[in-house]
Design a protein around this ligand. Structure first.
Ligand code: SF4
Length: 346
Protein backbone atom coordinates (compact mmCIF):
# COMPACT_ATOMS: atom_id res chain seq x y z
CA UNK A 1 0.00 0.00 0.00
CA UNK A 2 1.32 3.45 -0.90
CA UNK A 3 2.16 5.66 2.08
CA UNK A 4 -0.21 8.60 2.45
CA UNK A 5 2.36 11.35 2.34
CA UNK A 6 -0.35 13.98 2.08
CA UNK A 7 -0.97 13.60 5.82
CA UNK A 8 1.53 14.93 8.32
CA UNK A 9 2.47 14.80 11.95
CA UNK A 10 4.89 17.45 13.06
CA UNK A 11 6.22 18.86 16.28
CA UNK A 12 6.92 22.22 14.63
CA UNK A 13 4.40 24.99 14.02
CA UNK A 14 4.22 28.59 12.92
CA UNK A 15 1.64 30.46 14.97
CA UNK A 16 1.41 34.20 14.29
CA UNK A 17 1.43 36.22 17.50
CA UNK A 18 0.34 39.47 15.83
CA UNK A 19 -0.88 40.53 12.42
CA UNK A 20 -0.65 44.19 13.41
CA UNK A 21 2.34 46.34 12.54
CA UNK A 22 3.12 49.98 13.27
CA UNK A 23 5.36 50.50 10.22
CA UNK A 24 4.23 51.31 6.70
CA UNK A 25 6.78 49.58 4.51
CA UNK A 26 5.97 50.05 0.82
CA UNK A 27 5.16 46.72 -0.92
CA UNK A 28 4.32 45.06 2.41
CA UNK A 29 0.72 43.80 2.44
CA UNK A 30 0.58 44.37 6.19
CA UNK A 31 1.53 48.04 5.87
CA UNK A 32 -1.07 48.57 3.14
CA UNK A 33 -3.73 46.73 5.14
CA UNK A 34 -4.14 44.11 2.39
CA UNK A 35 -3.68 41.12 4.74
CA UNK A 36 -6.24 42.46 7.21
CA UNK A 37 -9.05 42.10 4.67
CA UNK A 38 -8.84 38.37 5.06
CA UNK A 39 -6.80 37.25 8.07
CA UNK A 40 -7.74 40.24 10.24
CA UNK A 41 -5.70 42.49 12.47
CA UNK A 42 -5.31 40.78 15.79
CA UNK A 43 -3.22 38.97 18.37
CA UNK A 44 -2.71 35.46 19.65
CA UNK A 45 -4.50 35.20 23.02
CA UNK A 46 -2.78 33.69 26.04
CA UNK A 47 -5.86 31.66 27.08
CA UNK A 48 -6.12 30.03 23.64
CA UNK A 49 -2.37 29.40 23.60
CA UNK A 50 -2.44 27.71 27.01
CA UNK A 51 -5.52 25.64 26.09
CA UNK A 52 -3.82 24.52 22.88
CA UNK A 53 -0.64 23.41 24.67
CA UNK A 54 -2.70 21.60 27.33
CA UNK A 55 -4.57 19.52 24.77
CA UNK A 56 -1.43 19.10 22.60
CA UNK A 57 0.22 17.00 25.37
CA UNK A 58 3.82 17.72 24.42
CA UNK A 59 3.55 16.93 20.68
CA UNK A 60 4.63 20.44 19.68
CA UNK A 61 8.26 21.17 20.44
CA UNK A 62 8.92 24.41 18.62
CA UNK A 63 6.76 27.36 17.53
CA UNK A 64 7.71 30.26 15.27
CA UNK A 65 5.73 33.34 16.36
CA UNK A 66 6.46 35.93 13.68
CA UNK A 67 5.17 36.38 10.17
CA UNK A 68 3.28 39.33 8.69
CA UNK A 69 2.90 41.46 11.82
CA UNK A 70 5.12 42.74 14.63
CA UNK A 71 4.97 40.26 17.50
CA UNK A 72 6.08 42.85 20.06
CA UNK A 73 2.76 44.68 19.64
CA UNK A 74 0.92 41.73 21.17
CA UNK A 75 -0.08 43.02 24.64
CA UNK A 76 -0.05 39.46 26.07
CA UNK A 77 3.32 38.48 24.62
CA UNK A 78 5.10 38.25 27.97
CA UNK A 79 2.48 35.77 29.27
CA UNK A 80 2.73 33.78 26.04
CA UNK A 81 6.51 33.48 26.44
CA UNK A 82 6.03 32.34 30.04
CA UNK A 83 3.41 29.73 29.10
CA UNK A 84 5.63 28.29 26.34
CA UNK A 85 8.49 28.02 28.81
CA UNK A 86 6.22 26.21 31.34
CA UNK A 87 5.32 23.65 28.66
CA UNK A 88 8.92 23.31 27.46
CA UNK A 89 8.07 24.62 23.99
CA UNK A 90 10.86 26.50 22.21
CA UNK A 91 9.84 29.80 20.62
CA UNK A 92 11.55 31.54 17.72
CA UNK A 93 11.11 34.89 15.95
CA UNK A 94 12.92 34.00 12.75
CA UNK A 95 10.60 35.47 10.20
CA UNK A 96 11.37 38.87 11.58
CA UNK A 97 10.57 41.62 14.06
CA UNK A 98 11.18 45.32 13.68
CA UNK A 99 11.85 45.87 17.41
CA UNK A 100 10.73 49.51 17.35
CA UNK A 101 8.33 49.39 20.30
CA UNK A 102 9.02 46.90 23.06
CA UNK A 103 8.48 47.22 26.79
CA UNK A 104 11.58 46.68 28.93
CA UNK A 105 10.04 43.70 30.77
CA UNK A 106 9.33 42.01 27.43
CA UNK A 107 12.94 42.52 26.35
CA UNK A 108 13.98 40.83 29.58
CA UNK A 109 11.28 38.16 29.09
CA UNK A 110 12.67 37.03 25.74
CA UNK A 111 15.90 36.25 27.59
CA UNK A 112 14.37 34.84 30.80
CA UNK A 113 11.99 32.52 28.95
CA UNK A 114 14.60 31.36 26.49
CA UNK A 115 13.28 32.59 23.13
CA UNK A 116 15.80 30.85 20.90
CA UNK A 117 16.31 33.39 18.16
CA UNK A 118 15.18 36.77 16.91
CA UNK A 119 15.75 38.02 13.39
CA UNK A 120 15.54 41.79 13.28
CA UNK A 121 14.67 43.51 10.00
CA UNK A 122 17.02 46.48 9.58
CA UNK A 123 17.52 47.55 5.98
CA UNK A 124 20.15 50.21 6.51
CA UNK A 125 22.95 51.36 8.77
CA UNK A 126 21.58 54.86 9.45
CA UNK A 127 18.20 56.46 10.18
CA UNK A 128 18.30 58.29 6.85
CA UNK A 129 18.50 55.05 4.88
CA UNK A 130 16.51 52.79 7.22
CA UNK A 131 13.38 54.96 7.19
CA UNK A 132 13.18 55.01 3.39
CA UNK A 133 11.68 51.52 3.50
CA UNK A 134 10.85 50.96 7.20
CA UNK A 135 8.57 53.99 7.26
CA UNK A 136 7.76 55.27 10.79
CA UNK A 137 10.74 53.26 12.05
CA UNK A 138 13.37 54.63 14.41
CA UNK A 139 16.83 53.18 13.73
CA UNK A 140 18.40 54.35 17.01
CA UNK A 141 15.57 52.90 19.08
CA UNK A 142 15.91 49.52 17.35
CA UNK A 143 19.66 49.45 18.01
CA UNK A 144 19.03 50.51 21.63
CA UNK A 145 16.56 47.62 22.04
CA UNK A 146 19.11 45.17 20.66
CA UNK A 147 21.69 46.51 23.13
CA UNK A 148 19.18 46.03 25.96
CA UNK A 149 18.61 42.39 24.95
CA UNK A 150 22.38 41.93 25.01
CA UNK A 151 22.53 43.45 28.51
CA UNK A 152 19.80 41.07 29.73
CA UNK A 153 21.66 38.14 28.16
CA UNK A 154 24.68 39.14 30.23
CA UNK A 155 22.61 39.65 33.37
CA UNK A 156 20.97 36.20 33.06
CA UNK A 157 24.12 34.49 31.73
CA UNK A 158 22.12 33.25 28.75
CA UNK A 159 23.14 32.75 25.11
CA UNK A 160 19.45 33.25 24.10
CA UNK A 161 18.05 34.66 22.00
CA UNK A 162 20.55 34.32 19.17
CA UNK A 163 20.23 37.54 17.18
CA UNK A 164 20.37 38.08 13.44
CA UNK A 165 20.29 41.29 11.37
CA UNK A 166 18.25 40.85 8.20
CA UNK A 167 19.08 43.40 5.51
CA UNK A 168 16.80 43.51 2.47
CA UNK A 169 18.86 44.95 -0.36
CA UNK A 170 17.52 47.93 -2.30
CA UNK A 171 19.08 50.55 -4.54
CA UNK A 172 18.79 53.10 -1.73
CA UNK A 173 20.68 51.02 0.86
CA UNK A 174 23.20 48.99 -1.16
CA UNK A 175 26.00 51.40 -0.19
CA UNK A 176 25.44 50.55 3.51
CA UNK A 177 25.72 46.76 3.31
CA UNK A 178 29.29 46.74 4.59
CA UNK A 179 28.61 49.21 7.41
CA UNK A 180 25.55 47.21 8.51
CA UNK A 181 27.55 43.99 8.46
CA UNK A 182 30.14 45.64 10.71
CA UNK A 183 27.51 46.95 13.13
CA UNK A 184 25.87 43.53 13.28
CA UNK A 185 29.20 41.97 14.25
CA UNK A 186 29.69 44.59 16.99
CA UNK A 187 26.24 43.73 18.36
CA UNK A 188 26.92 39.99 18.27
CA UNK A 189 24.41 39.45 15.47
CA UNK A 190 24.61 37.20 12.45
CA UNK A 191 24.29 39.30 9.27
CA UNK A 192 21.78 38.09 6.65
CA UNK A 193 21.45 40.02 3.40
CA UNK A 194 18.28 39.17 1.47
CA UNK A 195 16.94 39.92 -2.00
CA UNK A 196 14.02 42.33 -2.31
CA UNK A 197 10.54 41.00 -3.15
CA UNK A 198 10.32 42.95 -6.36
CA UNK A 199 12.13 45.42 -8.54
CA UNK A 200 9.18 47.81 -8.39
CA UNK A 201 10.69 49.75 -5.56
CA UNK A 202 14.26 51.02 -5.48
CA UNK A 203 15.96 48.32 -7.58
CA UNK A 204 19.66 47.50 -7.11
CA UNK A 205 21.91 49.92 -9.05
CA UNK A 206 25.43 48.57 -8.85
CA UNK A 207 25.01 44.81 -9.33
CA UNK A 208 28.70 44.03 -9.19
CA UNK A 209 29.21 45.85 -5.89
CA UNK A 210 26.12 44.22 -4.37
CA UNK A 211 27.31 40.73 -5.34
CA UNK A 212 30.67 41.52 -3.76
CA UNK A 213 29.38 43.16 -0.55
CA UNK A 214 26.45 40.82 0.10
CA UNK A 215 28.13 37.54 -0.81
CA UNK A 216 24.86 36.48 -2.50
CA UNK A 217 24.87 34.72 -5.86
CA UNK A 218 22.27 37.03 -7.45
CA UNK A 219 20.97 40.57 -7.06
CA UNK A 220 17.32 40.01 -8.00
CA UNK A 221 14.95 37.08 -7.60
CA UNK A 222 14.60 36.75 -11.38
CA UNK A 223 18.38 36.64 -11.69
CA UNK A 224 18.48 33.94 -8.99
CA UNK A 225 15.80 31.90 -10.78
CA UNK A 226 17.63 32.10 -14.11
CA UNK A 227 20.91 30.98 -12.57
CA UNK A 228 19.65 28.25 -10.30
CA UNK A 229 16.57 27.03 -12.22
CA UNK A 230 14.73 27.04 -8.90
CA UNK A 231 12.23 29.48 -7.44
CA UNK A 232 13.73 31.89 -4.87
CA UNK A 233 12.66 30.91 -1.33
CA UNK A 234 10.48 28.15 -2.79
CA UNK A 235 11.33 25.97 0.20
CA UNK A 236 8.54 27.90 1.90
CA UNK A 237 6.18 25.34 0.35
CA UNK A 238 7.88 22.71 2.56
CA UNK A 239 6.14 24.39 5.48
CA UNK A 240 2.96 22.54 4.51
CA UNK A 241 4.73 19.35 5.61
CA UNK A 242 7.25 20.57 8.14
CA UNK A 243 5.97 23.64 9.95
CA UNK A 244 2.48 24.75 8.90
CA UNK A 245 1.47 28.37 9.35
CA UNK A 246 -1.50 29.13 11.58
CA UNK A 247 -3.15 32.51 12.01
CA UNK A 248 -3.41 34.08 15.49
CA UNK A 249 -7.05 32.91 15.68
CA UNK A 250 -6.26 29.29 14.78
CA UNK A 251 -7.12 29.36 11.07
CA UNK A 252 -4.72 27.31 8.96
CA UNK A 253 -2.80 29.27 6.31
CA UNK A 254 -0.32 26.53 5.46
CA UNK A 255 2.76 28.63 4.75
CA UNK A 256 4.10 32.06 5.67
CA UNK A 257 3.24 33.54 2.25
CA UNK A 258 -0.48 32.86 2.16
CA UNK A 259 -2.80 35.53 3.58
CA UNK A 260 -5.60 35.38 1.02
CA UNK A 261 -7.53 32.26 1.98
CA UNK A 262 -7.33 29.61 4.67
CA UNK A 263 -7.30 25.86 4.20
CA UNK A 264 -10.25 25.21 6.55
CA UNK A 265 -10.23 23.83 10.08
CA UNK A 266 -9.01 25.53 13.24
CA UNK A 267 -5.94 24.51 15.22
CA UNK A 268 -7.55 25.55 18.51
CA UNK A 269 -10.50 23.21 17.88
CA UNK A 270 -8.93 20.13 16.31
CA UNK A 271 -5.23 19.75 15.61
CA UNK A 272 -5.42 16.83 13.18
CA UNK A 273 -8.45 18.10 11.27
CA UNK A 274 -6.70 21.46 10.89
CA UNK A 275 -3.33 20.21 9.68
CA UNK A 276 -4.71 17.35 7.59
CA UNK A 277 -7.98 18.74 6.24
CA UNK A 278 -9.05 18.00 2.66
CA UNK A 279 -7.85 21.31 1.19
CA UNK A 280 -4.38 21.29 2.68
CA UNK A 281 -3.86 17.63 1.71
CA UNK A 282 -4.98 18.52 -1.82
CA UNK A 283 -2.46 21.40 -1.87
CA UNK A 284 0.29 18.93 -0.89
CA UNK A 285 -0.77 16.84 -3.88
CA UNK A 286 -0.63 19.90 -6.18
CA UNK A 287 2.79 20.93 -4.93
CA UNK A 288 4.23 17.49 -5.58
CA UNK A 289 2.85 17.70 -9.13
CA UNK A 290 0.51 14.72 -8.68
CA UNK A 291 -2.78 16.63 -8.59
CA UNK A 292 -3.93 19.37 -10.98
CA UNK A 293 -4.50 22.94 -9.78
CA UNK A 294 -7.95 23.51 -8.34
CA UNK A 295 -9.64 26.93 -8.20
CA UNK A 296 -10.73 26.62 -4.58
CA UNK A 297 -7.18 26.03 -3.34
CA UNK A 298 -5.08 28.94 -1.97
CA UNK A 299 -1.89 27.67 -3.66
CA UNK A 300 -3.49 28.03 -7.11
CA UNK A 301 -3.39 31.82 -6.72
CA UNK A 302 0.21 31.94 -5.54
CA UNK A 303 3.08 33.13 -7.77
CA UNK A 304 5.35 30.47 -6.29
CA UNK A 305 2.97 27.72 -7.37
CA UNK A 306 2.67 29.28 -10.84
CA UNK A 307 6.49 29.42 -11.15
CA UNK A 308 6.74 25.82 -9.96
CA UNK A 309 4.20 24.68 -12.53
CA UNK A 310 6.04 26.57 -15.28
CA UNK A 311 9.44 25.11 -14.37
CA UNK A 312 8.12 21.69 -13.36
CA UNK A 313 9.96 22.33 -10.09
CA UNK A 314 7.81 20.22 -7.74
CA UNK A 315 8.27 19.57 -4.03
CA UNK A 316 9.83 16.23 -3.08
CA UNK A 317 8.93 16.03 0.60
CA UNK A 318 10.34 12.55 1.10
CA UNK A 319 13.58 12.85 -0.84
CA UNK A 320 16.64 11.48 1.06
CA UNK A 321 17.86 15.07 1.57
CA UNK A 322 14.57 16.22 3.11
CA UNK A 323 14.31 13.12 5.30
CA UNK A 324 17.81 13.76 6.55
CA UNK A 325 16.99 17.42 7.14
CA UNK A 326 13.88 16.49 9.14
CA UNK A 327 15.77 13.96 11.25
CA UNK A 328 18.52 16.51 11.90
CA UNK A 329 15.89 19.11 12.83
CA UNK A 330 14.28 16.77 15.37
CA UNK A 331 17.67 15.89 16.80
CA UNK A 332 18.68 19.54 17.01
CA UNK A 333 15.38 20.39 18.73
CA UNK A 334 16.13 17.71 21.32
CA UNK A 335 19.67 18.96 21.89
CA UNK A 336 18.39 22.54 21.95
CA UNK A 337 15.90 21.69 24.69
CA UNK A 338 18.64 20.17 26.85
CA UNK A 339 21.01 23.03 26.14
CA UNK A 340 18.38 25.63 26.96
CA UNK A 341 17.46 23.93 30.23
CA UNK A 342 21.10 23.90 31.18
CA UNK A 343 21.69 27.52 30.10
CA UNK A 344 18.64 28.83 31.96
CA UNK A 345 19.14 26.58 34.96
CA UNK A 346 15.59 25.23 34.57
S1 SF4 B 1 2.47 27.62 -3.44
FE1 SF4 B 1 2.47 29.59 -2.37
S2 SF4 B 1 0.72 29.48 -0.95
FE2 SF4 B 1 1.19 27.37 -1.61
S3 SF4 B 1 2.62 26.59 -0.06
FE3 SF4 B 1 3.90 27.40 -1.73
S4 SF4 B 1 4.35 29.52 -1.14
FE4 SF4 B 1 2.60 28.83 0.11
Amino acid sequence: MERDDLRIETGFLRLEASTACQLKCPTCPTGSGEIHKYIGRGFLRKDQFRAFLEQDRGKTRMIELSNYGEIFLNPQLLDILKIASEFGVALTVRNGANLNNVREEVLEGVVQYGVRSIVCSIDGASQQTYELYRRNGDFDRVIANIRKINEFKKKHHSPYPKLAWQFVIFGHNEHEITAARRMAAELGMEFRPKLSWSDDISPVQNHEAVLRDSGLQATTREHFQEKSKTVYLSDMCDQLWEMPQVNYDGRVLGCCVNYWEDFGGNLFENYDAALNGEKIRYARGMLTGRLPARDDNPCTRCDTYKARAQLGAWVHPYSPRKRLKRTAKRLLAFVDRLRCRFALGA
